[in-house]
Design a protein around this ligand. Structure first.
Ligand code: FAD
Length: 281
């Protein structure tokens, strides 16, 4: 989805797809940035003959949001080029690419959704429905990082003879015991929110609220837990000898992609207060 002029505001997407009726192909033009695994999908998998990315473009700019559609663009499509690779703080095991599409032709059936545009917001609703499904998954991947950091912290504390005394009155706990228990509470509560959001999706219940809530919570929790684990272990957490420093760097993206923390808070507020996107922005 993301373009130089369209990040948080996905409705500002400028990429365009025009149907060539003679060949029954969509001709796509546009520039996409921050495409997760874009290089792997387009360059590396091209050699295996099976990579693709999904590109959002408008089939009718006069229809605004209603004209937006998703297209499967396969590796090896002429006119599709990886133009830049990001150097990033974290998630460096996955590439983040800029991709330009110049007269890129894809078969008619690579359109995901309906080729006809009604003057409603259905196209854009499709984009938002994608987020309802993917936000809890991003939240879950962040919480996996948080869990790894917490388990590593507890193992290192055990090695150093520190036992967490569960069930003690709070005022009798050491500062580290209290920190670890607080981290476990954060992780468990965020995980329960993810489970609720995906359970609702599996059971075909509208889950925009729960999906965004789980993403907000996971973004906070993942950054807090990894940061606290580094803080408690000090040099052990900071050293590249262990993965904890990597998890600390990987954590922050949970709060950025698939809608930033601020944007997901807006979605939650709109749902709870009953405001539309234009009323609360
Ligand atoms: C490593 C990485 C991988 C990514 N992968 C993908 C991908 O595969 N596909 C894809 O489409 N995108 C991807 N993105 C893009 C990501 O979703 C966007 O960066 C993100 O949505 C923010 O958009 P933006 O960069 O335009 O920032 P902006 O929208 O300019 O936001 C900048 C800041 O302003 C805040 N802000 C913006 N609007 C509001 C508002 N109304 N109220 C309050 N605060 C606001 C934001 O929360 C943010 O803090 C990726 C990004 C990164 C860093």
């Amino acid at each position: 989805m993301t373009e130089p002029g369209a990040g948080s505001d996905t409705s500002a997407i400028r990429a365009r797809a025009v149907l060539d009726e003679k060949t029954n192909e969509w001709v796509i033009n546009g520039e996409k940035i921050f495409v997760t695994a874009g290089d792997k999908s387009l360059t590396e998998y091209e050699k295996l003959g099976k990579g693709f990315i999904v590109v959002w473009a408008s089939i009718d700019p006069s229809a605004g949001r209603a004209g937006m559609r998703a297209f499967v663009v396969e590796a090896g499509t002429p006119g599709v080029k990886v133009t830049k690779l990001e150097h990033k703080l974290g998630i460096r095991a996955s590439d983040t690419a800029s991709v330009s599409l110049v007269d890129a032709r894809v078969p008619f059936e690579n359109l995901l959704g309906s080729p006809t545009v009604e003057k409603t917001t259905t196209g854009f609703k499709g984009a938002m429905a994608t987020f309802d499904a993917t936000r809890p998954l991003v939240a879950a991947s962040g919480l996996g990082v948080a869990r790894a950091a917490l388990e590593f912290l507890k193992a290192k504390l055990r090695e150093n003879g520190v036992q967490i005394r569960y069930g003690m009155p709070r005022q009798k706990l050491t500062a580290i015991e209290r920190d670890v228990i607080d981290m476990e509470i954060m992780l468990k509560s965020a995980w329960l929110m993810v489970l609720k959001a995906v359970w609702m999706a599996d059971n075909k219940k509208p889950n925009a609220l729960e999906s965004s809530m789980s993403k907000v919570k996971a973004g906070d929790v993942t950054t807090k837990i990894t940061q606290k684990a580094v803080e408690i272990l000090g040099p052990l957490g900071y050293s590249r000898e262990f993965l904890l420093e990597k998890w600390f760097r990987d954590a922050k993206i949970t709060d950025i992609y698939e809608g930033t923390g601020q944007i997901n808070r807006l979605v939650v507020a709109r749902q709870i207060l009953g405001y539309s996107g234009s009323e609360l922005r």
